[in-house]
Design a protein around this ligand. Structure first.
Ligand code: COI
Length: 355
């Protein structure tokens, strides 16, 4: 593959949204990165082109069997007008892990990171700087062969699109309410739970819809076998602070290996706060709540950042944490993580890549 990225700039520029009314994932920038794959050429024709519709036949495999993977990361603008990416290497590594699971050919991680930097440089004026805002980056791969047989596609397209965003939840950084799902499951061991693939999110919609009807923002998934052990929340990993110790479900083959999850574990260890990754049941959490030991709970994710949890609905009962207010540790983690991402805090672990 030639590593030269062809650039075609858009002749028109869209108006930038007002940073105070940014929603998640509704507005897209002027350009995108595209690269194609065929068995004979490998990944070829990397290009940055105007953001525009793509044309595909109805028989294209992407419309049929869900062989897709995606990632989510963010670019931040610092006070000094520098542009920071947060651990982009981790996202491209994970994209290749998802590729493995979905029988999609690997991308060159370093080249993808370079392509992203070039795209971000062109779109840097789209990166908002108001607190809680950033430029969300969505790399994804779709199968592009025209074929209705169930088999891995012989052709693919890798794209990166960009969207200036505010907070993922309508609650902003206020605590969210979570519905513990006891009927549907998201993933099972041996399934696709650890891959970032569209099907996992499609499978979550029914329960998500029910939760929302009942006034809850997200669903907490339990394991697919016994519906007993905690896995993750719709769009984030989950942590509990129980009697001074922070606990998060151990990666077990059906949980997504979050980049933010990993970063939070690093931070907690750095602060000498006891943290463990282990199998934990909802009953244990409920018991800790009843005994007055459940101090905080929060979710972590690129889109969700650190999202404090103010309430769980479990077994027909509301479990209200911290009077529905943000806990001290959640706040400290949010401030430190976003501080590192936006250059206000020292980059303790070399997580930042400057564009
Ligand atoms: C992210 O946090 O980037 C995610 O991929 C969650 C997304 C499904 C909104």
């Amino acid at each position: 593959m030639t590593n030269k990225i062809n650039i075609t700039l858009s002749t028109t520029r869209k108006e930038k949204p007002n940073p105070s009314s940014l929603e998640f994932g509704r507005v897209f920038t002027d350009h995108m990165f595209v690269m194609d794959y065929s068995e004979t050429k490998g990944w070829y024709d990397p290009r940055i082109v105007p953001y525009e519709p793509i044309s595909l036949y109805p028989s294209t495999m992407v419309f049929h069997y869900g062989q897709t993977v995606f990632e989510g990361l963010k670019a931040y603008r610092t006070k000094e007008d520098k542009i920071f990416l947060f651990r982009p290497d981790k996202n491209f590594q994970r994209l290749n892990l998802s590729n493995d699971r979905l029988c999609i050919p690997h991308i060159d991680e370093e080249f993808a990171a370079e392509a992203l930097k070039q795209l971000i440089s062109i779109e840097k004026d789209w990166i908002p700087s108001a607190p809680g805002t950033s430029l969300y980056i969505r790399p994804f791969i779709i199968p592009t062969e025209y074929y209705l047989g169930v088999a891995p596609s012989k052709y693919y397209r890798f794209m990166i699109i960009l969207s200036p965003v505010g907070s993922y939840y309508k609650e902003g950084i206020k605590p969210v309410k979570i519905y513990v799902e006891d009927n549907y499951v998201r993933a099972v061991k041996g399934g696709t739970g650890t891959a970032k693939t569209g099907a996992n999110y499609a499978a979550s919609l029914k329960a998500q819809e029910n939760a929302e009807k009942n006034g809850y923002s997200q669903v907490l998934w339990l394991d697919g076998l016994e519906k007993k052990y905690i896995e993750e929340v719709g769009s984030m990993n989950i942590f509990f602070k129980i009697n001074g110790e922070v606990v998060t479900p151990a990666l077990n083959g059906s949980i997504l290996e979050g980049v933010t999850r990993n970063s939070i574990i690093h931070l907690l260890k750095h602060w000498d706060i006891p943290v463990s990754e282990k199998r934990i049941s909802m009953e244990e959490v409920y018991q800790a709540y009843k005994d007055g030991f459940l101090e905080e709970a929060f979710g972590t994710g690129t889109a969700a950042v650190i999202s404090p949890i103010g309430e769980f609905f479990y077994n027909d009962e509301k479990m209200v944490l911290n009077n529905g207010e943000t806990g001290e540790l959640s706040k400290k983690l949010y401030d430190t993580l976003t501080g590192i991402q936006t250059g206000k805090h020292e980059d303790l672990f070399n997580w930042i890549v400057e564009v």
